[in-house]
Design a protein around this ligand. Structure first.
Ligand SMILES: Cc1cc2nc3c(=O)[nH]c(=O)nc-3n(C[C@H](O)[C@H](O)[C@H](O)COP(=O)(O)OP(=O)(O)OC[C@H]3O[C@@H](n4cnc5c(N)ncnc54)[C@H](O)[C@@H]3O)c2cc1C
Length: 229
């Protein structure tokens, strides 16, 4: 049975611990923005603390599925098991949009979209888990799931899939140019220093055929035409 997905997430920054205090003008308190940032990112970083109190941060493939994010790992992973056992976690995603070069090192910055989700993950099973695995594959490359072999029972047994609700989240976005201090803009030495933004875009390169691929098999259009915003 696939769990119902409501697509209704609480507003980002609603809880005391997710309210952005540092540069609060960069906080975005809209669910649509949370969804857009998550959808724009290909990887997430998931925090987990082991039994010795050592924090780890795992980079993982993930996808948003309605009002939760889903991600998978190995059933043999002690860190994933710790998450499945109810350890509190923090998942972040970041999309870097550019370097912001001020005349001073201190005022230089980055343009970005980032989201943070707090909570306790739950382990998925059965068709619900399969749907999450499909969602992750489709997030990375829409159209791929229908083409590739689905996971076998043995592969399913080796995979742990977790879902984390978007119930407690925050979003922080920076856009625009540098914010130089006025003294630097008139300073005889530093006023001429180039200042501005250097945009950074993320794109896939040309697909490279595997050695075993059938030589006359065309690159599927869902690969050759896949562009990301
Ligand atoms: C690409 C990138 C580069 C950055 N580089 C630096 C850097 O070099 N040095 C630096 O100090 N900061 C940097 N930041 C900002 C950093 O992520 C924090 O926002 C900042 O350090 C303030 O942290 P805080 O705990 O004092 O914030 P607070 O405002 O006190 O945090 C309160 C709550 O706001 C939310 N929050 C805080 N930061 C973020 C975020 N980035 N995204 C979503 N929710 C958030 C969380 O829910 C948090 O619990 C960078 C951010 C990005 C995306």
């Amino acid at each position: 049975m696939v769990a119902a997905v409501t697509d209704v997430s609480p507003v980002p920054g609603a809880s005391d611990r997710t309210r952005v205090r540092r540069l609060p003008e960069r906080a975005v308190n809209q669910v649509a923005a949370l969804h857009a940032v998550l959808d724009a990112c290909l990887i997430a970083h998931v925090a987990v603390i082991d039994d010795d109190g050592q924090p780890y941060v795992l980079p993982v493939a993930f996808a948003r599925r309605g009002d939760e994010v889903v991600f998978h790992g190995s059933t043999g992973s002690r860190l994933f098991r710790s998450l499945a056992d109810g350890g509190p976690t923090c998942l972040t995603v970041t999309r870097l949009d550019g370097l912001v070069l001020a005349r001073s090192a201190f005022e230089s910055s980055m343009n970005y979209r980032s989201a943070m989700v707090l909570g306790v993950a739950r382990r998925l099973t059965g068709d619900d888990e399969l749907d999450a695995l499909r969602t992750i594959t489709e997030h990375l490359l829409p159209g791929r799931w229908a083409d590739c072999r689905p996971p076998s029972p043995k592969e399913r047994a080796a995979t742990m899939t977790l879902a984390l609700s978007l119930a407690e989240s925050s979003v922080k976005i920076r856009t625009g140019g540098p914010e130089d201090v006025p003294e630097d803009i008139t300073d005889p030495v530093y006023a001429p220093v180039w200042a501005g933004t250097v945009p950074l875009t993320e794109s896939f390169g040309k697909a490279i055929r595997s050695a075993e691929a059938q030589p006359d098999a065309p690159v599927p259009s869902y690969i050759s035409t896949w562009r990301r915003a």
